[in-house]
Design a protein around this ligand. Structure first.
Ligand code: ADP
Ligand code: ZN
Ligand code: ZN
Length: 731
């Protein structure tokens, strides 16, 4: 009998011992009894003996051989994450796996079916195909371009599955099972691939590529390149070099919406390379298949969102983190990891280079690059000689006529662009019509009954909606407090901006892009196509519009209400705003037309806007860093946040205060701040509060957390939820 130590998806910090006949490989999945259930787990260790008394130890029910064992390297990475982020090892290990591998049902990897046109289908004349068979026509057109799987075809229509059956019965479409490509040797070795080298690199790009490829072993590079400087081109050339040597590349991107675009872009540059994506938008089956392709080394490039940082990559030779400053690399629940930081650990574990790319690096990365921990690579010019950075101007909202939040100056500029058949974009970080409804009689505000926040007015369907808990109401006809009928919206959201524009430019084609207008994934895709086809004159949108999308006809960007971030209690608010405005400004004038950014503000002389106007990231970063240093904030300080929420205020504060006292008693080299209400002190009828810990050294903070957490685990906390967030981004 051998003993196997198993990681299970339970909120306990330990592993669990079982006996097993024969042997189990470390990293293999096993099914074991746990309490009255049976659970799937991962063998973390094989031992000869255990402290568990023989009468209590149970045997493993089954060793699963349906998927290759996890590598020791991945298990080490997960052990590190569990320890660093103070999250139970079993839950850490299991949350890294695709859901199919987390279930106790055996994995039957169903082959993914690829659909393509049959000879008869290819012979169809689409010009005379009945126009009312819209979906069929779309599918035929798409398949004429390339064979697709069902998930890809579903993006054309929800009825794609049913229509495919019809079309297969007609004999127009056939399917083939995609079998995993056979890899003769996983040991590496040069492989040939086609590389469409469409650009001659600029000198700066060339230097960047050389800098990353020259050293061997681990090194972390910060690729700081202005928007349009051609960072993607640098990635492409780096990939090419790694692929030539038979290595795998992991490319992390922040936004799931961007993956299809990027995927097809990289595919166009490397047409015969196995490029695989990993993100939560895939079906369970696809995610498993893609994960296994990475694990087998068949996937040469893995493109994914933060979860892909845990993909098995036996020949990993390069990691790229695009838009490294983006906060979506940080997971906000469960294992609260930063995929960027885990990627850096991973690169050093494997001894390979990692490139962090951004036009507006996080101050953490920037500081590390300046202090020499990372190596700084700069791209200071735009790749296309004729493309210039946009001109940035401020409009003082106190010195101009305003129309429900839009200034006369901005409206005039939009009018000019419409006449020129160019696009404008208005950026406002609030959806809905107005952030709050107010009574003119008594000053009543539309608060949420469950939360400390306000209910947002949505005029389209005449509702008040809480964006925190989802609670909604019909818009009242009169004030619930005083009965006055004089209720009016305060402030503007995307819907209100849209209606002001409609009134002013009745002929213009206006497109609103926010979470309400793009509930359905396909709509956003269709909208992007409309924008590209120049079927839109004015875009109104939230940060959804900011990231990564190229809109060639766009020449004007208006920023509507940035001021609240200037004096926010969140010390990162200004950093985020700067990054957002650079990104959104970068959307303007990317083709051969110069762009212009107009910012509506009451503080036109604020240093942030000054820095934006002169495109001076370095100056801005230097001033922010010196403020952070003086105030004792990251990157000069390491933080962890203890959060708690529950129905009873007493319990929540009681727990945090007890935890605090226990922490102080440890007498470690950390500062334990006071217990304070969360930024949103009540959400969905739960009281929320928090406690911040700071240490001057990462090591000190980690040392403290290791000692502190078991004390908290031991506290009674039945009626509340608490969590530790290491390196928190949200306050
Ligand atoms: P970034 O990601 O830095 O914002 P991109 O990689 O999107 O910039 O590049 C901006 C534009 O410049 C793209 O249209 C790209 O095709 C083009 N480009 C990049 N490198 C070169 C080059 N060396 N020569 C010509 N065009 C280039
Ligand atoms: Zn009232
Ligand atoms: Zn609410």
């Amino acid at each position: 009998m051998n003993i196997v130590r198993v990681a299970l998806d339970v909120p306990l910090s330990s592993l669990f011992d079982y006996t097993v006949e024969g042997s189990v490989a470390v990293g293999q999945r096993v099914i074991v009894p746990f309490g009255r259930r049976q659970m799937v787990g991962v063998a973390m260790d094989c031992l000869a003996t255990t402290d568990v008394p023989p009468e209590r130890i149970k045997p493993v029910r089954q060793v699963l051989h349906d998927s290759a064992p996890l590598s020791g390297e991945l298990l080490d990475l997960l052990r590190f994450c569990s320890d660093y982020y103070r999250y139970p090892i079993g839950q850490t290990v299991m949350s890294a796996l695709p859901s199919r591998l987390r279930s106790d049902k055996p994995v039957i990897s169903k082959p993914v079916l690829i659909y393509r046109l049959s000879a008869r289908g290819a012979a169809l004349d689409l010009d005379i195909f009945p126009k009312r068979r819209v979906v069929q026509l779309r599918i035929l057109t798409k398949l004429a371009e390339e064979p697709c799987n069902l998930a890809q075809l579903r993006t054309l229509s929800v009825t794609a599955g049913a229509q495919l059956k019809v079309m297969m019965a007609e004999g127009w479409v056939e399917n083939v099972a995609l079998t995993k490509p056979h890899i003769s040797s996983c040991g590496g070795g040069a492989q040939q691939h086609t590389f469409n080298n469409v650009h001659t690199l600029t000198d700066e790009q060339l230097q960047a590529v050389d800098a990353v490829t020259q050293p061997s072993g681990y090194a972390c590079f910060l690729l700081h390149g202005i928007t349009g400087s051609g960072k993607t081109e640098v990635y492409v050339h780096l990939m090419h070099q790694v692929l030539q040597r038979g290595g795998q590349v992991l490319l992390l991107v922040p936004e799931i919406n961007l993956t299809p675009q990027l995927e097809s872009y990289f595919r166009s540059r490397f047409p015969d390379v196995n490029l695989t994506s990993l993100h939560s938008g895939l079906s369970e089956g696809e995610r498993l298949l893609n994960w296994q392709q990475a694990q087998e080394g068949a996937a040469q490039v893995v493109l994914g969102t933060r979860l892909s940082v845990f993909a098995e990559l036996p020949r990993l030779a390069l990691i790229i983190v695009d838009e490294e400053h983006d906060s979506s690399f940080k997971q906000q629940d469960g294992l609260r990891y930063s995929a960027r930081d885990v990627a850096i650990f991973r690169a050093s574990q494997r001894g390979v280079p990692i490139v962090l790319g951004s036009a507006t690096p996080s101050l953490e990365s920037y500081h590390n690059a300046q202090s020499g921990r990372y190596r700084m690579i700069r791209l200071t010019g735009r790749a296309l000689a004729e493309a210039r950075l946009p001109a940035v101007r401020c409009i003082n909202i106190n010195q101009t006529v305003m129309h429900h939040g839009i200034s006369e100056n901005l409206l005039r500029e939009i009018g000019l662009r419409i006449a020129l058949k160019e696009q404008s974009l208005l950026f406002i970080n609030r959806r809905g019509y107005a952030p709050v409804l107010m009574c003119g009689g008594c000053g009543w505000l539309s608060g949420c009954k469950n939360c400390a926040g306000k209910m947002v007015l949505h005029l389209n369907d005449k509702r008040l909606r809480c964006h925190h808990c989802g609670y909604q109401l019909h818009v009242p006809h009169s004030c619930p407090d005083c009965g006055n009928a004089d209720l009016h919206p305060v402030g503007s959201g995307t819907q209100r901006v849209e209606s002001v524009l409609q009134e002013r430019f009745p002929e213009a084609r206006i497109l609103r892009v926010d979470r309400d207008s793009t509930r359905n994934k396909r709509t956003w895709k269709t909208m992007r196509e409309q924008i590209h086809a120049n079927e839109v004159d004015i875009l109104v949108g939230t940060q959804m519009l900011v990231k990564g999308h190229d809109f060639p006809a766009l020449t004007l960007v208006g920023v509507l209400n940035p001021d609240s971030a200037l004096y926010s209690s969140d010390f990162r608010a200004a950093e985020k705003l700067f990054a957002q405005l650079v990104q959104v400004g970068g959307r303007a004038g990317r083709a051969n037309k110069p762009g212009e950014v107009l910012i509506q503000t009451a503080f036109p002389d604020h240093p942030l806007f000054r820095a934006l106007q002169s495109h001076d990231f370095d100056g801005w970063a230097a001033s922010q860093l010196s403020e952070r240093k003086m105030a004792g904030f990251p990157p000069f300080m390491y933080q962890a946040m203890l959060r708690a929420e529950g129905k009873q205020e007493q319990e929540v504060y009681g727990f945090l205060n007890t935890a605090r006292t226990a922490g102080v008693a440890l007498q470690h080299k950390v500062a334990i701040l006071g217990v304070v209400p969360a930024a949103l002190p009540r959400r969905a009828n739960h009281v929320r509060a928090q406690l911040l810990i700071q240490g001057e050294k990462r090591k000190d903070l980690q040392h403290f957390l290791r000692a502190w957490q078991p004390l908290m685990d031991a506290l009674p906390a039945k009626k509340l939820r608490w969590s530790l967030d290491v390196d928190p981004l949200e306050f």
